[in-house]
Ligand binder design. Structure first.
Ligand SMILES: [Cu+2]
Length: 570
């Protein structure tokens, strides 16, 4: 049936420019073949376990010492430098006005070295620098042109998480950029002001590439925060916080998936904010806005202030809430964002510590005790806020924020079920895994400093008992429709479910309305085990077979090992 609204989307890819001749991109089969020899080595695990470097060890440490990834720290590992270095404020890119009226942005992925831990030089990857990337500020509705150049040693992609763009501009696994090449994206974001982000999305390698340091914020600016007089002075009373955890070896190199346990999700034992371990930030004694992104591969944070200070959540993943919601702790799963306002007006001269109060919530998220590490049981500090003198211009906390029109579904309910390792085994996953041999990557294409690229593309986790396969379109959605997606978690642990190309509203969790802070636009929903969540989403962006959209778990080791599917919108 012809549909006049549908552009010939997939005939036109984003334009590619090559400074050097294009390198052939290895297929999945070639990558696995090249890596086969390394599999057995990986299986043997690491004789020298890396563990809780320099951190106080709880009573559990003795029992875990014999397990890979759970052992004692090397004696010479530096202790955390708690609140000794200032927070790095990501640069803002506002875009260069171009002759055609659009705004131009340039990102370059390359390798470098970073001081993630004080005094330790770590090989890393970054956008326009050695680690993470600038915040791209994009005015709503404005045509933008973003050139992304890949100067890494291997192909990858850059995906605009949360952006309403056509499939061919989404930067999914099909949009690989070979080393030495650039990909130019052209789009306009017609969606509410929000804190979105960007990161690589190659099939089976997303976890490793993000872990190496590739991520940054993408801010949609619709002027509403100005009209509401919300704090909006970048780096002063509007602070971007990218939360990540990392594990390093004694030489300061990033360790990625060194143990079998890490298949459940790569967690670190050092806690970074904007690429520095436990930094501090100077803030004025007034209303301050924190834009928090959980940029971790697998770690869940239960954000709280050590002093018990409450805060107001004003925005979720994809836009402002209807009104601020006062909270004392906030669970933030991988890829979720929250904007919070903090009242510091009477706290001049004081300091607050933002931490994860994990112990009360996180261990209970999984039925398998080993999914929670010692930090999940005890919590950990992230950032110190040092409150200085107020500034002349002070913003406020409005009573009301925006009105959010409720979506009206007009299509049958689409069902999704999530399976963990046990459920996936029944779907035949274990046979496909080649007897747990694993597939460590060829060292010629290692990550920064020789970092392992993990074991992507194993059949370990599934959605609807299907494993990610780039050759398979799992769902077909009609362009312009508003659908209900019902996501049931049959797995042992909680999974953050994300879909591309749109934002959604959570209709209910197990039949109950979601908590107030989840009643705005979102693009990630954390689905607990045995829970069924219903979402409503409108599909206004086209995506054809050549560049379909993804739905997946945003624990990156789950996504990379089967827990992803593809859908077209036409
Ligand atoms: Cu998952």
């Amino acid at each position: 049936m012809p549909d006049t609204r549908r552009p010939d989307a997939d005939e036109t890819s984003p334009s590619r420019t090559a400074a050097t001749p294009a390198l052939p991109i290895p297929t999945r089969r070639q990558m696995l073949g090249a890596a086969a020899a390394g599999g057995a080595l990986w299986m043997a695990g690491r004789a020298h376990a890396q563990g809780m470097a320099g951190m106080p060890m709880g009573p559990m440490s003795g029992g875990m010492a014999g397990m890979p990834g759970m052992g004692a720290a090397p004696a010479h590992a530096p202790r955390p430098a708690r609140f000794e270095r200032p927070l790095v404020i990501p640069a803002q890119l506002q875009g260069q006005p171009r002759a055609d009226g659009s705004l131009g942005y340039a990102l370059r992925m390359s390798a470098g070295h970073s001081e993630l831990l004080a005094g330790v030089r770590t090989p890393t990857w970054g956008y326009n620098g050695a680690y993470l990337g600038p915040a791209l500020r994009v005015p709503r509705g404005k045509q933008v042109r973003i050139a992304v150049r890949n100067d890494l040693n291997q192909a990858t992609t850059t995906h605009w998480h949360g952006a309403h763009v056509p499939g061919r501009m989404d930067g999914g696994p099909q949009s690989l950029i070979a080393p030495g090449q650039s990909l130019v994206y052209d789009f306009a974001l017609d969606q509410p002001g929000a804190t979105l982000w960007y990161h690589p999305h190659p099939d089976g390698l997303t976890g490793a590439h993000v872990y190496a340091g590739l991520a940054g914020m993408l801010l949609v600016d619709d002027g509403v925060d100005r009209a509401l007089d919300l704090p909006r002075t970048w780096g002063v009373d509007d602070i971007a916080l990218i939360l990540q955890d990392r594990r390093m070896d004694a030489g300061g190199r990033l360790l990625y998936m060194p143990s079998m346990m890490d298949r459940m999700g790569m967690k670190g034992n050092r806690f970074l904010v904007n690429g520095r371990e436990q930094p501090y930030v100077q803030v004025p004694a007034q209303w301050v806005r924190l834009r928090v992104l959980n940029g971790s591969n697998a770690r869940v944070y239960n954000l709280a202030f050590a002093e018990g200070q409450s805060f107001h959540v004003i925005a979720g993943d994809a836009g402002l809430l209807a009104r601020p919601v006062e909270m004392r702790s906030l669970l933030l799963a991988p890829a979720e964002r929250a904007e919070i306002l903090l009242d510091l007006r009477r706290l001049q001269g004081k300091a607050l510590v933002l931490r994860s109060d994990s112990g009360s919530v996180v261990p209970g998220l999984s039925s398998m005790p080993m999914d929670a590490d010692i930090f999940d049981h005890q919590g950990f500090d992230l950032l110190q806020l040092r409150v200085g003198a107020p500034l002349a211009r002070s913003a406020r906390l409005p009573a009301k924020l925006v009105s959010i029109p409720a979506l009206r579904p007009d299509a049958p309910v689409r069902h999704f079920s999530l399976q963990g390792m046990m459920g996936s085994m029944m779907a035949g996953g274990m046979q496909a895994m080649g007897g747990m041999a694993g597939a460590a990557r060829a060292s010629a294409n290692a990550g920064p400093g020789g970092m392992s690229l993990g074991i992507g593309m194993q059949h370990l986790f599934s959605i609807n008992h299907q494993f990610m396969d780039m050759a398979v379109i799992n769902q077909r959605v009609r362009l312009g429709s508003t659908e209900v997606w019902e996501v049931s978690n049959d797995a042992e642990m909680a999974h953050p479910f994300h879909l591309h190309g749109t934002s959604f509203q959570i209709l209910d969790r197990d039949g109950s309305v979601p908590p107030e802070h989840e009643r705005g636009w979102k693009d990630v929903v954390f689905v607990r085990r045995n829970e069924t969540v219903r979402l409503a989403a409108r599909f206004d962006q086209p995506a054809g077979r050549a560049h379909p959209f993804m739905y997946h778990c945003h624990i990156l080791e789950h996504e990379d090992n089967g827990m992803m599917g593809q859908f077209t919108v036409a």
